[in-house]
Design a binder for this molecule. Structure first.
Ligand SMILES: Cc1cc2nc3c(=O)[nH]c(=O)nc-3n(C[C@H](O)[C@H](O)[C@H](O)COP(=O)(O)OP(=O)(O)OC[C@H]3O[C@@H](n4cnc5c(N)ncnc54)[C@H](O)[C@@H]3O)c2cc1C
Length: 372
């Protein structure tokens, strides 16, 4: 017989921003929660972010919807969780470079607005007012989304974790899950065995490996990721918004007197880091001619939580895996989606409708998508 103190209604595997949000939202709904984290809370992928979130994903209305549904919780976090996220306005400027691309993105704007995203279509000159380092000659149009912010992910994790514990959730660090039986709800760990009515896999890039412990396929993997910074480019703080260039995948934002630079290229290809770095060096001056002779340096590296669709996997297993819930593979936007994901998993556990179409986040949709 397992020790009764190791029994729970809901057991969460993984104490990153997603796991602690689930713990908080479920504990708040009166669910008995245990969360197991193999290291310390929030020290894996969650600690590697660019510390930003956005509500606009140009070609993915479903991702915009989740982020828009999270926004109110970010704004009320300090008051409700007694934790200051140091939320600071950043804004997102999406730069469009051809008439075809502009037409495609413009056609989707009403759908984004309908799910609650605040957007404004700009001319090239207006875009350069927001980010004067851009070259108006390369811009067809741009989309301005003011609801993009910087924050402190470590404060977000602490806020959720402390609030969950106050509500009675048991959060254990230094506890690695080594076995999982979906039929019985038995979970084997380095700190003894647990049993749960339901188990949530929220183990970030390791979620595929954890799912395999119970013979379940979750198409999520970890990919090496890196952020770069430029040499100082200005006497004072650059203070430019999060600027996204979908054609190249280039992402920049002001960081002190420099730019923080990312390049969205998801691939399992070997030697990708060198190919990627060269691409970043090539792309930057194409869209920022004033940065022609500016050097790029590694800022920090991390492990991105990737799925085939580049949208998260959120849902419940089927058949013998019905006891398993999952929330993983947020592919670069886990901060933005953490609040609503906690509420969705709460609803799925209770058998309530989550009020969001989860089909874009299903295992089937991801398995059908061509892997990167
Ligand atoms: C370079 C970089 C920049 C990024 N920038 C941003 C950004 O600006 N904005 C944004 O929203 N997102 C960003 N992301 C993505 C973001 O970091 C992730 O989407 C988010 O942190 C995922 O949170 P998580 O809780 O799912 O995963 P994690 O934070 O990785 O948490 C999963 C946890 O599970 C634990 N775990 C794994 N296996 C086990 C096991 N067997 N037993 C117990 N515990 C286990 C791990 O130790 C880990 O702590 C970035 C990612 C990278 C790499």
């Amino acid at each position: 017989m397992p020790d009764r103190k190791n029994q729970t209604e809901l057991l969460i595997i993984g104490g990153g921003v997603i796991g602690v949000s689930i713990a908080y939202h479920c504990a708040k709904a009166g669910i008995d929660v245990v969360l197991l984290e193999k290291e310390q809370f929030g020290t894996a992928t969650t600690s590697q972010t660019a510390r930003a979130f956005r509500t606009y994903f140009p070609k993915k209305v479903h991702d915009s919807e989740l982020a828009a549904l999270s926004l109110a919780e970010f704004r009320s976090f300090a008051e409700k969780m007694d934790t200051d996220l140091a939320l600071a306005e950043l804004g997102l400027l999406t730069v469009l470079t051809s008439p075809e691309q502009a037409a495609e993105i413009e056609a989707l704007l009403p759908a984004h607005r309908e799910v609650g995203v605040n957007l404004e279509l700009l001319t090239a000159d207006q875009a350069c007012e927001y980010n004067p380092w851009l070259d108006p000659d390369t811009i067809e149009a741009a989309v301005w989304s003011p609801d993009s912010y910087r924050l402190k992910p470590e404060a977000m994790v602490k806020g959720y974790a402390d609030a969950a514990e106050k509500l009675g959730a048991r959060l254990l660090s230094g506890t690695t899950v080594t076995g999982l039986d979906a039929r019985t709800g038995e979970v084997t760990t380095t700190r003894g065995d647990f049993t749960a009515d339901a188990v949530v896999i929220a183990a970030g890039p390791w979620s595929g490996e954890v799912a395999k412990l119970t013979g379940m396929e979750l198409p999520v993997w970890g990919q090496f990721a890196e952020l770069l910074h430029t040499d100082p480019i200005s006497e004072s703080d650059t203070d430019t918004p999060f600027t996204f260039h979908p054609v190249s995948g280039l992402k920049t934002m002001g960081m002190g007197k420099s730019f923080l630079v990312g390049l969205e290229r998801i691939s399992k290809q070997k030697g990708m880091r060198d190919i990627w770095f060269k691409a970043a060096v090539d792309e930057l001056p194409k869209w920022y001619p004033k940065l022609e002779n500016v050097e790029l340096h590694s800022a920090w590296t991390g492990t991105l939580d990737v799925t085939p669709t580049k949208s998260a996997l959120i849902g419940r297993g089927e058949g013998e895996h019905e006891r398993i819930l999952f929330a993983a593979g947020f592919t670069g936007h886990g901060l933005a989606h953490a609040p609503i994901t906690g509420r969705i998993i709460r609803d799925l556990y209770r058998g309530d409708r989550p009020g969001v179409d989860l089909s874009p986040f299903s295992v089937a949709t991801n398995l059908a998508a061509k892997p990167a």
